[in-house]
Every structure is written in structure tokens, then in C-alpha cells.
Design a protein around this ligand. Structure first.
Ligand code: SF4
Length: 412
């Protein structure tokens, strides 16, 4: 049996050391692009033009590519394209086959295997689409898909049926029809722009959409879902942030899965958005080999708060075709939530959700803290496993005196 003697020896325990290391901010570095002028490297359009998009490029830059990865990269253009920005590529550890960054963006041959329970549209978006590119699933809000392009492609993408157009979906959002539908549906008070990644649009094109939406009186609240701050922090320019200021209340949901993605460049980009008054939330997908670990997830959520981002959701990986190698169990997700709640700042604890297969919407799942409940009392446990009773009023009115049968709730 291994005994942890670190406390006696005064050494830092391994989990704490790992947490501290993962929370450090470092720049991505220049890697193969060390001779590129700063003006190019920091130009988001240069980054897009120089993305790695073929198996050959990938192998040249990373000779440690495994046969599974090479085969995956070769086949990617029939399913979900391969694209990695030079900036994000520099976060990959070429010496580590299990590098969590690598698993997210380098295709693997396992993507070609589809289990019988997997789907091309696991959230049933197409079935809830009244006009092309608009998903109206919940009563008071809509998802407005504005593009099928992203700065880089996540191998587990829920919308891989349409993003990158490698599968021939031929996505054509109809902005006029989308906006007209929103205009004539007064119940819609919240519009989420997503895709693909809306921040790939020029400032002018994005502003044209935001201003048309903002002009609809019943639209109270705008949101943008984007992974650009993580894949391409250079895109978060002061000009973009200045433009966003005009369209408040405007929230931005980013997508980060591992604390190593939060570099100094990303921290600065998120700081620019936060300084423009934009509330920031993060959505993570629980992924095998990436973040299915309590220390990694704790480092991620704590580091997000340092970047002024509220951890919002952890998604159980959707049943997207070809994603089994990246999926981890709900049991593991619950274990991770258990390791966060009470063990770190409440603001750092996201909601763990499963998007119900086929289009049932997000269902929160959480470890069981209510052990039993009847008309008189609720028995609960805290994060340390201690049991408590809370007296309940039988008729639902606020309790002013303990019910007779509970004299003093016994606190453990
Ligand atoms: S950035 Fe979002 S939409 Fe684009 S590939 Fe990744 S998960 Fe899919």
C-alpha cells in the first residue's frame, strides 16, 4: 500500500502540486512560427489563414502523430474537417499521446466508428427549427445559428453534422427569415447567437446582426456562444469589445475544457471582454482523457474565476456519432461534481447537465443531497457526508415553530 508521507515530510501533496501547476498562466509560445513578425502572429486573420488543415501538415509539424491520429486526420474531411490555429497548436504536447489538448482537436480513426445509440443530431435541433438556422426548443428563447465555420474543430462537436460542411449538410442560415420569426414571436426574450462561431464574422457583419436584434422590443437579452477566445484570442480586439458595449445586455458564453487552455493570451482577451461590461460564462464538455478528473476540473473552474468567467455548465458529452472514445460515464461526472460542491467557492461550481437525447433539452443532474423528505422534515447531507434534518411546515407556509414531533433538529 502506498502511504502519503508528504504531510510529515513537509512536502506539498501531489494533488495540491498538480492543482497549483495547472492554475499557472503561461503564454502559448511561438513554436514553429518563431520567425513570424508580431504583427502577423497577433493578427487573427493571419492565424486563420495559417491553420493546420491536412494530415500531411500535421505530420510535418508533429512527427509523433500516432497511426490512429494520422488515419483520423486523413478521413476527417468526410465527417468533420481538421483545422487548428497555429496559436492553439502550440498548446499541444507532441511528446504526450494523452495530451488533453491533442485529444480535443486532432482527429482519431475511432471517429469513424458509430455506436447504435449515437446520432448525427443528438439534441434534435433540426426537428425544432421553424426557419433555416433557428432552433426554437424552449418557450422564451431561441438559438440562432449564424455560420457553420469555426476557428478550429472540436472532435466531439454536437453540431458536427453541419459545422465545417465536411458531411455535405450545406448549411445556409437565412438571417432575414430568422429575424422575422423572432420579430413576430413576442414570447422570445432571449436570443443566443451560435454556430459554428459567430466571432468569425467581421465586426461589421456581427454588428449588423446585433443591431437588428436589439431593435426588436421584446428581445431583452442577447448572448453569443463562442470558442474563439480559446482558439483565437487575437480576435478579441479592443474594437470588437467597443462595438459590443453598444448592445448590452450582452452575455458571452465561452467554451473551455482544460486549464491549460487558459493561457496569458486568453486571460487578457477575456479581461478585455469583461472590461467592456460583458458577463462571461463557461461551458465545458466532460471528456475522457481531457477533463474527467477532479483536480483538473477544480483547476479549470478556479482558473476561470481568475479570468472573471463564471463556470456555467459541464455537459455530459452528447451522443454524437463517432464520439465514444471521448465519452466518460455519468458516474464520473457526478463524482467530479461531488468533489467541487462545498470544496471550492460556490461561484466556481457549474451545473452538470445532460442534453436529453433526441431533443428533450438540458436536464440538470447532481449528486444526491436530499436523503429523504416527508411532510414534516427533509433529511439532507452536506459535502462532508454529515446528516442534518430541516423541519418542514406541513401546509407549505413558513415554519414559525418546530413541528411537535421534532423537538430539536439533531445536528451532527
Ligand atoms: S467551437 Fe463549438 S461549434 Fe465549433 S467545433 Fe467546437 S464545439 Fe463545435
Amino acid at each position: 500500500m502506498h502511504l502519503d508521507t508528504s504531510a510529515e515530510s513537509g512536502e506539498e501533496p501531489p494533488a495540491r502540486r498538480l492543482l497549483r501547476t495547472l492554475k499557472q498562466f503561461s503564454p502559448a509560445g511561438r513554436g514553429f512560427w518563431s520567425d513570424i513578425p508580431d504583427s502577423d502572429w497577433n493578427d487573427w486573420r493571419w492565424q486563420l489563414r495559417h491553420r493546420i488543415t491536412t494530415a500531411e501538415q500535421l505530420q510535418r509539424l508533429m512527427p509523433t502523430l500516432t497511426p490512429e491520429e494520422y488515419a483520423g486526420a486523413t478521413l476527417a474531411n468526410h465527417k468533420l474537417a481538421l483545422a487548428i490555429t497555429p496559436y492553439f497548436f502550440n498548446l499541444i504536447d507532441p511528446a504526450d499521446e494523452n495530451c488533453p489538448i491533442r485529444w480535443q482537436v486532432i482527429p482519431r480513426v475511432e471517429e469513424t466508428q458509430t455506436a447504435s445509440w449515437e446520432m448525427s443530431d443528438p439534441c434534435g435541433e433540426d426537428a425544432h427549427s421553424p426557419v433555416p438556422g433557428l432552433v426554437h426548443r424552449y418557450p422564451d428563447r431561441v438559438l440562432m445559428l449564424v455560420t457553420d465555420r469555426c476557428a478550429a474543430y472540436c472532435r466531439y462537436c454536437t453540431r458536427s453534422r453541419l459545422v465545417s460542411n465536411a458531411s455535405g449538410y450545406d448549411f445556409h442560415p437565412e438571417f432575414d427569415q430568422q429575424i422575422e420569426y423572432i420579430r413576430r414571436t413576442p414570447a422570445i426574450r432571449d436570443v443566443l447567437l451560435s454556430g459554428g462561431d459567430p466571432l468569425l464574422f467581421s465586426d461589421e457583419k456581427l454588428e449588423a446582426l446585433l443591431s437588428r436584434l436589439r431593435a426588436i422590443p421584446h428581445v431583452e437579452f442577447l448572448r453569443i456562444g463562442t470558442r474563439i477566445p480559446i482558439f483565437l484570442p487575437q480576435r478579441i480586439t479592443p474594437q470588437l469589445c467597443e462595438m459590443f458595449r453598444k448592445y448590452h445586455p450582452l452575455f458571452v458564453s465561452i467554451h473551455s475544457n482544460h486549464p491549460r487552455e487558459l493561457t496569458t493570451e486568453v486571460r487578457d482577451a477575456l479581461g478585455r471582454l469583461a472590461d467592456a461590461g460583458i458577463p462571461l460564462g463557461n461551458q465545458s464538455v466532460l471528456l475522457r482523457n481531457v477533463n474527467d478528473d477532479a483536480t483538473v476540473m477544480k483547476a479549470l473552474v478556479q482558473k476561470l474565476l481568475i479570468c472573471r468567467v463564471k463556470p456555467y455548465y459541464i455537459y455530459q458529452c452528447d451522443l454524437i456519432a463517432g464520439s465514444a472514445h471521448l465519452r466518460t460515464s455519468v458516474r464520473k461526472g457526478l463524482e467530479i461534481m461531488e468533489s467541487l460542491r462545498g470544496h471550492t467557492t460556490g461561484y466556481a461550481v457549474p451545473q452538470y447537465v445532460i442534453d436529453a437525447p433526441g431533443g428533450g433539452g438540458k436536464v440538470p443532474v447532481s449528486p444526491e443531497y436530499v436523503l429523504s423528505r416527508n411532510a414534516d422534515r427533509v433529511v439532507i447531507r452536506n459535502y462532508e457526508g454529515k446528516i442534518f434534518e430541516y423541519p418542514e411546515a406541513t401546509d407549505g407556509t413558513p415554519l414559525v415553530a418546530a413541528p411537535k414531533e421534532i423537538e430539536e433538529p439533531e445536528l451532527v
